[in-house]
Design a protein around this ligand. Structure first.
Ligand code: ADP
Ligand code: ZN
Length: 735
C-alpha cells in the first residue's frame, strides 16, 4: 500500500483491468472522463481515467506517473463511463478496448477534443518596428510585420497567412526570436448547424399508429417498446412523432440503423420532416467529420443523431429517446473484437438514463417477442400497411416440376414477362454474389477450393477469377481441371450469372444488379438505389442489400431464386432468419397501389416451413419457433456464450479450449451446460484452425459469474499466447 492518490486508467490493451498511475505533475489532477498520456511498457499510450483512488494496492515505486493530462475537463461524463463499464462487464471484454471502441479515432490517438489553429500576432514591440528600414534588409519579414500590424490584436491564423504570404514561416523565425511577433493556439469553436427550414407536416396517423405513439408518450421514465409493424405500416411515422416531441422539449434523440449507406432515404426523410439536419455517424466519414459530429452530440447542440452500431456510445447529455430501426438486422451486432449488440446496449443505456427506447421491425427477433410475452417489453403492433397498400401474396414454385435454367424456372419467367408488360418493376433476390458458387470438373468431379479456408471458390466471370468470399484470396480461372486436365464448368448461380440470363431472356429491359461487387466505389450504392427507386431500371437483381428498408414505388414482383439453403441450416436460428429475409424482401413489393406478388422457388415445397410462412406469415413462424426453442432449451429460453479460438495448429486451438473447459468444470456451476470444444463449422479460415466451446445456461447470472472468473485466468494462461481467442456473449452466429 502507498498513500498517494492514484488514477485508475483504462489503457487500450487486451487485459481485463484498469491500471494505476500517479497524476501528471503539471496542472490539476485529471478527473474521471479525462484522457491522460501514460507510459505503458516501453511505449506511450493514451488512456482514459475511469476513477480515482486514495491509494494504490501496489507499492509506491511500482506506480508510474502520467506523462501528461490531455483534457482539463472530462471528455466523457459519468453516464458515458457507466456505459463503457457496463459493456466491458457484460461482454467480458477488456475495458481499455471498450474505451477505444467508444471514442472517435482522433481522441483515441490523443488529439485534442476541439481543433485548434495556430495564430500569429504582432507584439507591442513589433508594432514599433521601422518597417521601411526592415524592408531594405529583409523584405519578406517587413511584409509579414505589415500584414500582422494590419490584422490587429487577433492576428492571423496560419491558413490565412499561408494564403497571403506563402513563405511566411521562414520570415517568421527571426521575428519570433526577437519577440516582435508571437504564436499561440486558439480553439476553434463549432458553428451551430443551421435549421433545414420548417418541417413538413406528416399524414394523420391511423389508429394503430396513434395507439403506439400514445403508449410511448404516456409512459414516464425507462420503458422498452417493440414496434412490430409489417413493412410499410408506418413505423417511421411513429418515430418521427416521438422525435418531434423530444426535440420540442429541448432534448436529444438517438436513432440507430443497421447501415446508413443502405438507408439514405431515412436520413433525408428525417431532415425534410423535422426541419433539422441530423448529425450522421457512420463508417464513411473522415476522422475529422466524425469527431465534429461526436462533439456536437456531446455538447448537446445536435438535436438528432443518426448512426450505425458504434453510435450507441455517443455521449448525449440530454438524450430523451433512443430508436433502434430494423432491430433484427445482424449488422447491429459487431462480429469481431468487442462483440456487442448495439440494440442491447441501447436498452441498457435507456434504462440507466430513465428514458424510453423504441425497437422497430417488421420481423422482430424471438428474443424481443419473448420479452414482450413475459411483460418486460411493451408490444406495439401495426398490423396493416399505412396509406391503403395491401400485403403482397406469397406463392411457391416447385423446382422439381418446373426446373430452373440459369436460376429461372418457366413460371417465374412468365410472371416476370407479365409484370414487365404491365409496366411493373421486378426484383430477383439471390443471396449469392459472383457468377457461380462452385467450379466443378465435368470429368473427375474435382471442386476448386480455397487453399486457406475449408470453402469453395466462387467463380467471377468479369475478370475470370476464382475468389474466396471468406478470406478474400483469389486466383485466375483456369478452363482445365487442376487434377485431371479435363474441362471444368461453373455450377449453380450467383447474381452475375442470373443477371446474364435475364439479359438474354428479357432483351430491351433495363437491368440493375446491386450487390457488394457492383457497389464498391464510394457513392455507388446510393446511385444504384436511386436508379432502382426512380424506376430507371425494370429488373433489379441483388443480394440482401436489396432487402433493407427501401421503397421502390413501381416494384410489383419479387422472385426468390434460391431459398432452400436456409431450410436446412445448421444453426437453430436458420428458420427465423429465412423467414426474416423473405418477409423483408417481400415487403419491397407493392408498396403503393398495385398488388405485390412474391414467387419463391424451392425444391422442397412440402416442407412445413412454407405452409407456416404462407398461411401465417412471420408471426406464425415466430410463434412456432418459440415453442420449439422452449422445448429444446435454446435461446431465448436459455442464454449462450461462445468461446472461440483460432491458431495455425489445430491442436493449439483445441488445447486452449480444453483448458477453459477444465477451469469451468472446476467451479462446478449448477445449471450450466458446456458443449465442446469442437471444430468450428468452417474449421479452417484464412489459414487458421478454428475451434469453439459453447456455454449454455438458463440462469444468466450464473453464466456471467463464471465468465467473470474465467477471463483473467485465461488471459494469463500460457496457452493463450498461441491462439487468438474471444468470448462472444449472446452470439448470433453459432456455427
Ligand atoms: P415503415 O417504416 O413501417 O416501413 P413508413 O413510415 O415508411 O413505414 O410508411 C410507409 C408509407 O406509408 C410511407 O410512404 C408513408 O409516408 C406512408 N404513411 C405512413 N403513415 C401514414 C398514414 N398514417 N397515412 C398515410 N400514409 C402514411
Ligand atoms: Zn479463403
Amino acid at each position: 500500500m502507498n498513500n498517494t492518490p492514484v488514477l485508475k486508467v483504462a489503457v487500450n490493451v487486451p487485459l481485463s483491468r484498469e491500471f494505476d498511475y500517479k497524476p501528471a505533475t503539471d496542472g490539476p489532477p485529471a478527473e474521471p472522463g479525462c484522457r491522460v498520456l501514460v507510459p505503458f511498457g516501453r511505449r506511450r499510450q493514451t488512456g482514459l481515467v475511469m476513477n480515482t483512488a486514495a491509494a494504490s494496492e501496489l507499492p509506491g515505486e511500482k506506480v508510474r506517473r502520467c506523462i501528461a493530462t490531455l483534457d482539463h475537463k472530462p471528455v466523457l461524463a459519468e453516464e458515458d463511463l457507466w456505459l463503457i463499464r457496463f459493456t466491458s462487464n457484460y461482454y467480458h471484454h477488456p475495458i481499455g478496448e471498450v474505451t477505444a471502441a467508444a471514442l472517435p479515432a482522433l481522441l483515441r490517438q490523443g488529439k485534442p477534443l476541439h481543433p485548434t489553429l495556430a495564430h500569429v500576432v504582432i507584439t507591442d514591440n513589433g508594432e514599433k518596428t521601422d518597417v521601411e528600414a526592415l524592408a531594405r534588409r529583409a523584405p519578406r519579414q517587413a511584409e509579414l510585420v505589415e500584414l500582422l500590424i494590419d490584422a490587429g490584436g487577433n492576428g492571423l491564423d496560419v491558413d490565412a497567412l499561408t494564403e497571403q504570404l506563402p513563405n511566411w514561416r521562414r520570415a517568421a523565425k527571426p521575428l519570433l526570436e526577437k519577440g516582435l511577433i508571437v504564436r499561440h493556439e486558439a480553439r476553434q469553436d463549432d458553428a451551430d448547424t443551421p435549421d433545414a427550414g420548417p418541417g413538413e407536416p406528416g399524414p394523420t396517423l391511423n389508429p394503430s399508429q396513434q395507439l403506439a405513439v400514445d403508449a410511448i408518450r404516456g409512459h414516464d421514465g425507462f420503458g422498452t417498446f417493440v414496434l412490430d409493424g409489417v413493412t410499410g405500416s408506418g413505423k417511421t411515422e411513429v418515430y418521427l412523432r416521438l422525435i418531434r416531441d423530444v426535440l420540442d422539449s429541448g432534448k436529444q434523440a438517438l436513432v440507430l440503423v443497421p447501415e446508413i449507406g443502405l438507408t439514405p432515404q431515412l436520413v433525408s426523410r428525417l431532415q425534410r420532416r423535422l426541419g433539422i439536419h441530423p448529425h450522421v455517424l457512420h463508417s464513411g466519414l473522415t476522422d475529422q467529420e466524425r469527431l465534429r459530429a461526436w462533439r456536437q452530440a456531446r455538447s448537446g447542440r445536435a438535436g438528432l443523431v443518426v448512426g450505425t452500431r458504434s453510435a450507441v456510445f455517443t455521449p448525449m447529455p440530454n438524450v430523451g429517446l433512443i430508436v433502434v430501426d430494423e432491430e433484427h438486422d445482424h449488422s447491429l451486432k459487431q462480429q469481431e473484437g468487442l462483440r456487442y449488440s448495439a440494440r442491447d446496449l441501447a436498452i441498457a443505456r435507456a434504462s440507466h438514463k430513465g428514458i424510453p427506447v423504441v425497437l422497430g421491425s417488421a420481423t422482430p427477433t424471438l428474443e424481443l417477442l419473448h420479452r414482450c410475452r413475459t411483460g418486460h417489453y411493451r408490444h406495439l403492433e401495426l398490423p396493416e400497411r399505412a396509406g391503403g397498400a395491401s400485403q403482397p401474396t406469397l406463392r411457391l414454385i416447385d423446382l422439381n416440376r418446373s426446373p430452373a435454367t440459369n436460376g429461372i424456372s418457366d413460371p417465374l419467367a412468365t410472371a416476370i414477362s407479365e409484370h414487365l408488360g404491365s409496366g411493373g418493376q421486378v426484383l430477383m433476390f439471390l443471396n449469392r454474389r459472383g457468377f457461380a458458387p462452385t467450379l466443378i470438373c465435368a470429368s473427375c468431379g474435382h471442386i476448386a477450393e480455397c487453399r486457406r479456408c475449408d470453402s469453395r471458390m466462387t467463380v467471377h466471370a468479369h475478370d475470370r477469377s476464382l475468389r474466396c468470399h471468406h478470406c478474400g484470396s483469389s486466383r485466375s480461372l483456369d478452363d482445365n481441371c487442376s487434377e485431371c486436365g479435363a474441362e471444368v464448368r461453373p455450377l449453380g448461380e450467383g447474381t452475375q450469372r442470373l443477371e446474364e440470363a435475364l439479359r438474354e431472356q428479357f432483351p430491351g429491359y433495363r437491368i440493375q444488379r446491386i450487390d457488394s461487387d457492383t457497389t464498391q466505389r464510394r457513392g455507388a450504392i446510393s446511385a444504384a438505389l436511386t436508379i432502382a427507386k426512380e424506376g430507371d431500371a425494370d429488373i433489379l437483381v441483388g443480394t440482401q442489400m436489396l432487402s433493407k428498408g427501401h421503397h421502390f414505388p413501381k416494384l410489383t414482383l419479387v422472385g426468390i431464386i434460391n431459398a432452400d439453403q436456409g431450410l436446412f441450416g445448421a444453426d437453430f436460428r436458420s428458420g427465423e432468419r429465412l423467414a426474416q429475409s423473405i418477409t423483408q424482401v417481400a415487403g419491397r413489393a407493392g408498396r403503393e397501389n398495385r398488388q405485390g406478388e412474391v414467387l419463391i422457388q424451392t425444391a422442397f415445397p412440402d416442407n412445413p416451413f412454407w405452409r407456416c410462412l404462407i398461411e401465417g406469415g412471420y408471426r406464425q413462424v415466430a410463434a412456432d419457433a418459440l415453442e420449439e426453442r422452449e422445448a429444446t432449451r435454446w435461446p431465448p429460453y436459455t442464454r449462450l456464450a461462445l468461446l472461440r479460438s483460432a491458431a495455425h495448429k489445430r491442436h493449439d486451438a483445441h488445447d486452449f479450449l480444453d483448458i477453459a473447459r477444465q477451469r469451468i468444470e472446476a467451479k462446478a456451476v449448477r445449471h450450466l451446460r458446456v458443449l465442446g470444444p469442437v471444430d468450428a463449422p468452417m474449421a479452417r479460415r484464412a489459414g487458421r484452425y478454428r475451434a469453439q466451446l459453447l456455454l449454455q445456461s438458463s440462469d444468466r447470472r450464473a453464466l456471467h459469474e463464471i465468465l467473470t472468473e474465467l477471463r483473467p485466468g485465461l488471459e494469463n494462461d500460457p496457452a493463450a499466447r498461441k491462439v487468438r481467442w474471444s468470448i462472444d456473449v449472446d452470439p448470433i452466429e453459432l456455427f
